[in-house]
Design a protein around this ligand. Structure first.
Ligand code: ZN
Length: 265
């Protein structure tokens, strides 16, 4: 299943993304067991026409109660800032107010001199998840996977003893364009980040230091995960600065490409 969240004049709805005549197309509205705020009424979604995905005005496909991020979860990235890979997952939060939509502008705050892209695999939670036991499978808790750009004010991250400010600006969490449960990150999903068409990050989710089952168990023993919550699983080596006018793309093989532009505040 592949789906997006679609903008309607009166609210939003989740809709399937399917191949019609070899073209990715936004088709019928679906019910998902996740956050329902702002949802359009069923009548409003009954006679929606199919729209080519490329032309659709999409919203972030998640409305999470929280965004849990993982730091230093690829060896080469940990080392590019002189850190050893951590002994256990390093987690932090981005506020839901940082969410940004496919095509949305990433606003570079005036108080930062260096704002970086971080292409990542995002995991969307399907049902309430608390204290997942060692032997319990995690796949039932996963609704699907999506592209995330964990935009970071690198200079503020270095200046502060924690990362809330550096990671938390409005527009600093682009997500989308679709959520898909089709690829298997344990088997490996290729992750590529490009800036103005030039490849800057290339990695495979097989190389996560802490795979998704370990992350879900670890997080669920600290905080309850709710339907629609988002886990950003960490970025590979190659992070770098963004400037106004840059076009940044995060591609996950079999899922799609998240495109955003950078603007000055
Ligand atoms: Zn990150």
């Amino acid at each position: 299943m592949r789906y997006c969240r679609f903008d309607l004049m009166t609210g939003s709805c989740y809709r399937l993304v399917e191949l019609l005549d070899d073209q990715e197309t936004v088709t019928r509205a679906i019910d998902l067991p996740i956050e329902r705020r702002q949802r359009a009424t069923p009548q409003e979604t009954l006679d929606l026409d199919p729209v080519p995905l490329m032309e659709a005005k999409l919203l972030a496909p998640v409305m999470p109660s929280k965004i849990v991020c993982i730091g230093r979860n690829y060896r080469e990235h940990a080392r590019e800032f002189g850190n050893e890979p951590p002994a256990e997952p390093l987690i932090f939060l981005k506020p839901p107010s940082s969410l940004n939509f496919p095509g949305g502008p990433i606003r570079k705050p005036r108080i930062s001199r260096r704002v970086d892209f971080e292409g990542e695999l995002g995991v969307v939670i399907s049902k309430t998840c608390s204290y997942v036991r060692d032997e319990e499978p995690v796949r039932p808790y996963i609704l699907g996977y999506t592209c995330v750009n964990d935009v970071t004010a690198r200079d503020l991250q270095k200046a502060d003893s924690q990362w809330t400010r550096a990671k938390g600006f409005d527009t600093f969490c682009p997500v989308g364009p679709v959520v898909s449960n089709e690829p298997d990150p344990w088997a490996g999903i290729e992750l590529t980040t490009r800036v103005n068409g030039e490849t800057r990050q290339q990695a495979n989710t097989r190389d996560l230091i802490f795979p998704i089952d370990v992350l879900i168990r670890y997080i669920s023993r600290i905080m309850t995960l709710y339907p629609g919550d988002l886990i950003a699983t960490g970025t590979p080596a190659g992070v770098g600065p963004l400037n106004a006018g840059d076009l940044v793309e995060v591609t996950l093989e079999g899922i799609g490409t998240l495109v955003n532009v950078v603007v000055d505040e």
